[in-house]
Design a protein around this ligand. Structure first.
Ligand code: PLP
Length: 380
């Protein structure tokens, strides 16, 4: 039986062995394990890639969100709006700065924060910032969200953890995730489109003052060695080894994202005409397909049938944040965010990664179409 893995990072790294060893050797030779030249070089290169003036490397994507909120002056007594249909870290970051998470539903067609739902919430209460999540690699509708945020004096933050390289057409120009709001927050967790060999993250921004505050916040409030100008900052620095790995992988990112987009196109034709709801790219948006989520009836049964045929799949995410066990305290029960709840109940991510082969996609599609014809769909 042909096995199709959900993700195979080893395949992605195999052709890079020599580059990887050289990068690691460079860091060993320099002994710059935290911060240093590799970090500074990666920050400059990633800022240029995103089309912004600054990139501040941090320890992980959750810290990127937390520090962006802190640098924007958000804390206890403030409210921050985001969507419940995201990885939990988005909401967690709001809690971590002591602010109150406020939620608005997503749009069913692209799984990102619905600008109309956001506007409806902002009309009823003050909110200091809006965090738009570019879920599955598709940029949120930043033009509409910026208008909503601006009208209410709220900052607009991107959770771009799943969207390294994704683009949006704004004012006639293609701009990359990380340059679409006041601050862009990235995770380089190993499975992201641009992944380190451990935890890593970054914040991108065009705002000089914000970048300066972020540099202080991530490093004990140090303006110079042992001169601490900020109280209660933190330690959230990027490692030299991770930066060196990220630098070399950044050079491959566009190629990998192109491969993901080609694979998405292949699924779209293989699965056209099936009962599945396939992911759609909004016009003026270019997704980097961090995931390829389909919606279907009978998910559990289909997932099992696929597993039986050697095809691994995953669910991102089985419950929206407001229905997660630990988040009952938010006070929103079932029915509060119906689109998020419906999507969480019937979404399934198919294998999609740059090195996935057309033959493997054929296996996935065939197994999936057969499973859809299975017992729950019509037979006695
Ligand atoms: C991965 C992820 C994060 C958190 O990043 P970590 O590096 O794991 O802390 C935040 N938001 C989203 C949408 C993510 O996918």
């Amino acid at each position: 039986m042909v096995r199709v893995p959900f993700l195979d990072l080893a395949r992605e790294h195999a052709p890079l062995q020599e580059e990887i060893r050289a990068a690691i050797d460079r860091v060993l030779a320099s002994s710059a394990f935290v911060g240093g030249d590799e970090v500074r070089a990666f920050e400059a290169e990633f800022a240029a890639y995103c089309g912004v003036r600054h990139c501040v490397g941090v320890a992980n994507g959750t810290d990127a969100l937390v520090l962006a909120l802190r640098a924007l002056g958000i804390g206890p007594g403030d409210a921050v709006l985001t969507t419940p249909f995201t990885f939990v870290a988005t909401v967690e970051a709001i809690d971590l700065v002591g602010a109150t998470p406020v939620l608005a539903d997503i749009r069913a067609d692209d799984f990102t924060l619905d600008p109309e739902a956001a506007a409806a919430v902002l009309a009823t209460r003050p909110v200091k910032a809006v965090i738009a999540v570019h879920l599955y690699g598709q940029p949120a509708d930043m033009e509409a969200l910026a208008a909503v945020a601006r009208a209410h004096g709220a900052a607009l933050v991107e959770d771009a953890a799943q969207a390294q390289g994704a683009r949006l057409r704004l004012g006639g120009q293609w701009r990359r995730a990380g340059g679409l709001g006041d601050a862009g927050c990235f995770s380089f967790y190993p499975t992201k489109n641009l992944g380190a060999f451990g935890d890593a993250g970054a914040i991108t921004t065009d705002d000089d003052g914000l970048a300066e505050r972020l540099r202080l916040l991530r490093d004990h409030g140090q303006a110079a060695k042992y001169r601490h100008v900020l109280r209660g900052a933190t330690n959230s620095r990027l490692d030299g080894l991770q930066a060196a790995i990220l630098r070399l992988k950044l050079r491959h990112l566009d190629g990998w994202n192109e491969a993901r987009r080609r694979a998405a196109g292949r699924y779209a034709s293989l699965l056209a005409g099936s009962a599945l709801v396939l992911p759609r790219e909004r016009s003026g948006a270019e997704s980097v397909y961090h995931q390829y989520p389909v919606r279907l009836a009978g998910r559990g049964r289909v997932q099992e049938a696929l597993a039986g045929r050697g095809v691994q799949t995953a669910v991102h995410y089985p419950a929206p944040v407001h229905l997660q066990e630990g988040y009952g305290g938010l006070g929103f029960g079932p029915g509060s965010y119906p689109v998020s709840e419906a999507v969480a109940s019937d979404i399934l991510s198919l294998p999609l990664f740059p090195a996935l082969t057309a033959a493997e996609q054929g296996v996935v599609a065939e197994a999936l179409i057969e499973a859809l014809r299975g017992p729950a769909c019509g037979s006695p």
